[in-house]
Design a protein around this ligand. Structure first.
Ligand SMILES: Cc1cc2nc3c(=O)[nH]c(=O)nc-3n(C[C@H](O)[C@H](O)[C@H](O)COP(=O)(O)OP(=O)(O)OC[C@H]3O[C@@H](n4cnc5c(N)ncnc54)[C@H](O)[C@@H]3O)c2cc1C
Length: 249
């Protein structure tokens, strides 16, 4: 795995839904190395620890990062200006493995939706199921359509799209799906893993509080079950993407 820390230039910063910001950052070298499901570790001015943000999309010279303001770090990021320099360590982690000729279903819940965009771009005619709490948080629907995906929108309160959960749609469409890839809150991932168990392979991307991002500080431990044995691996280095049956959720 090749990664590095370099200066990027912020070339777009736009609020695309309530408290959710769309960044595009430019650098000549690192974006070309990015694979779907990997993440960028962003140095926030005035903060010691970096903030991990999934790669939402990439070109040879740009990374797109979509983030929700949660605390001080992301608040500072939301206020940065186009033209500002940002130091980013990227691309980190192991992403989704996408095979040719399979019918993929990509599922994103809330702020777990952004990494599914670059991932959906790696597959042919994918089904994308996105779920949000309500219509004020809906993001990236047109981007998925432009990428050639069939995109289904659900909201918990029915204020946009189908009234219900992503899992309702997954259950209905399971027989046409060859593999599932998902990112979002743990209860959603747990329910998806349960539906897929013994039926279709399922990869899930975990978010765990992390420090260094490269497996040195061991903060982001995650309980896993490999070859029947329970143990711990680290989300930053061994993940964030795992086969669902390997994770003790
Ligand atoms: C692999 C990965 C990918 C992520 N991708 C995205 C994304 O695409 N968009 C997005 O909005 N958010 C994403 N997150 C969550 C995001 O990193 C946190 O919301 C962010 O770090 C919060 O920082 P803060 O300073 O605003 O909040 P604070 O709560 O003030 O943060 C304090 C500390 O806790 C850490 N922290 C807080 N919440 C989380 C969390 N959920 N996960 C990991 N560390 C956390 C921060 O990095 C910081 O070190 C991702 C997390 C991981 C691990």
């Amino acid at each position: 795995m090749k990664y590095d820390t370099q200066k990027f230039k912020l070339i777009k910063n736009q609020e695309i839904a309530t408290g959710i910001f769309d960044w595009v950052v430019e650098n000549k070298e690192l974006p070309a190395l990015a694979k779907c499901g990997q993440f960028a570790h962003v140095k926030v001015p005035g903060k010691t620890l970096r903030r991990p943000i999934s790669i939402c999309d990439a070109t040879d010279t740009t990374l797109r990062l979509v983030f929700q303001v949660k605390g001080e770090g992301t608040e500072i990021m939301s206020k940065m200006k186009v033209g500002d320099e940002v130091e980013i360590l990227a691309p980190l982690g192991n992403g989704f493995k996408i095979e040719k000729g399979k019918k993929y279903c990509f599922i994103g819940g809330g702020i777990g939706v952004p990494p599914m965009l670059y991932t959906a771009k790696q597959a042919e005619n994918p089904l994308v199921i996105t779920g949000f709490r309500d219509k004020s948080l809906v993001i990236l629907q047109d981007d998925f359509k432009k990428a050639g995906a069939e995109v289904v929108l659900t909201t918990d309160d029915g204020s946009a799209g189908i009234h219900g959960f992503v899992t309702d749609v997954l259950k209905e469409r399971l027989n046409e799906i060859g593999e599932v890839c998902a990112c979002g809150p743990i209860p959603m991932l747990k329910a998806i893993a349960e539906i897929c168990k013994d039926k279709v392979p399922c990869q899930i991307s975990l978010e765990e509080r992390m420090g260094c991002g490269i497996g040195a500080c061991l903060v982001c431990a995650c309980k896993t079950k490999l070859n029947g044995e329970e143990g711990y691996t680290h989300v930053c280095k061994d993940g964030p993407v795992y086969n669902a049956e390997e994770v003790v959720l």
